[in-house]
Design a protein around this ligand. Structure first.
Ligand code: PEP
Ligand code: MG
Length: 328
């Protein structure tokens, strides 16, 4: 079985009709920097930096962060690593930074916290930049963006961090490159600002977990409404269709890093829409590669056309499920 898995991992992620898919990893724990799967991934599509913050007893220092980020950038040398700035709040708590709110998912979360605490943001960005010296594969991504002012404020702070690090290494001959900057598309408001976001950032990444939650007004962790949390819901599909169209119009690279990309049916739907950058947990890489290698995007597009006429996520899943079964 190990050999089969290995073959599957090593095979190119290309569909039967020759559509190549970029296979990216969602990472967070340092363990992800060591496992053998790295060589079969095209990079890291989402490095959840809050995970290491959760394992310490106080905010990690700039040099602690630098060391950790350096490790991951170095492991994926030559491949892009997208580091998301601290995304706490909501369901993610730091023991040394408690947030008590009645509605945490609609509250102080992600970029909202780090913009209110620029000292936390600046330390993190400086650590990322310092770690990137000599590696050249850092991309920075902002979580929970709901407005343009947030992006502009974050850009200003990133420029400040860049200047500070640049100044410190000025006489060393080292080169500090400007990283690409992206935003997560996970709050519906961001979807209505895509042209303006296209002018400000280099790439977009869809957080389908939060996008589903906020679009459908369904708490992603509440078992009582778990049956309503559905990334195949016709409204979510329309949102995903809209994003890929806007990405093409404005020529912005777009990936998807929510759970949907690591779900065989989700990956099939995304391929049908034209998505070619999928970021997922390491354990999903082999099976999604398998799906990619057994489908034909032209056929999937036909199915998608039918799917847009359906009334529920369950029907969409059944439609794609039948197709995948036929492909083995
Ligand atoms: C998402 O919201 O889909 C996402 C990838 O981010 P997280 O799950 O960390 O909120
Ligand atoms: Mg999210």
């Amino acid at each position: 079985l190990d050999n089969i898995m290995q073959d599957c991992l090593a095979a190119p992620a290309v569909t039967k009709d020759n559509v190549a898919v970029e296979m990216l990893l969602n990472a967070g724990l340092s363990a992800d920097t060591e496992i053998a799967i790295n060589e079969f991934a095209d990079g890291v599509g989402l490095y959840r930096t809050e995970v290491p913050f959760m394992l310490t007893e106080s905010f990690p220092t700039e040099s602690e962060q630098t060391e950790r980020y350096k490790g991951i950038l170095h492991t994926y040398q030559g491949k892009p690593v997208t580091m998301r700035t601290l995304d706490v709040g909501g369901d993610k708590q730091l023991p040394y930074f408690p947030i008590v709110e009645e509605n945490p998912f609609l509250g102080w979360r992600g970029i909202r916290i780090t913009l209110d605490h620029p000292e936390i943001f600046l330390v993190q960005i400086k650590a990322m930049l310092r770690a990137s010296i000599g590696e050249d594969n850092l991309q920075i991504m902002l979580p929970m963006v709901s407005g343009l002012q947030e992006v502009d404020d974050a850009i200003r702070l990133i420029e400040q961090a860049y200047c500070e690090v640049h100044e410190q290494i000025r006489d060393t001959g080292q080169i500090l490159r400007e990283p690409k900057l992206g935003v997560m598309l996970e709050v519906p408001a961001a979807l209505l600002l895509l042209p303006q976001l296209a002018q400000r950032v280099d790439f977009w990444s869809i957080g389908s977990n939060d996008l589903t939650q906020y679009l459908l007004a369904v708490d992603r962790n509440n078992p009582r409404v778990a049956g309503l949390f559905d990334s195949f819901h016709p409204a979510v599909l329309q949102a995903l269709k809209f994003i890929i169209e806007q990405a093409k119009t404005h020529q912005v690279p777009v990936s998807l890093c929510g759970e949907l990309a690591g779900d065989p049916l989700g990956a099939a739907v995304l391929l049908a829409m034209g998505y070619t950058k999928l970021s997922m947990n390491t354990y999903n890489i082999a099976r999604i590669k398998f799906v990619i290698r057994h489908v034909n995007v032209a056929e999937l597009k036909e199915l998608l056309h039918q799917a847009y006429q359906l009334n529920s996520g369950a029907e969409v899943r059944a439609l794609f499920s039948r197709y995948l079964e036929q492909q083995g």
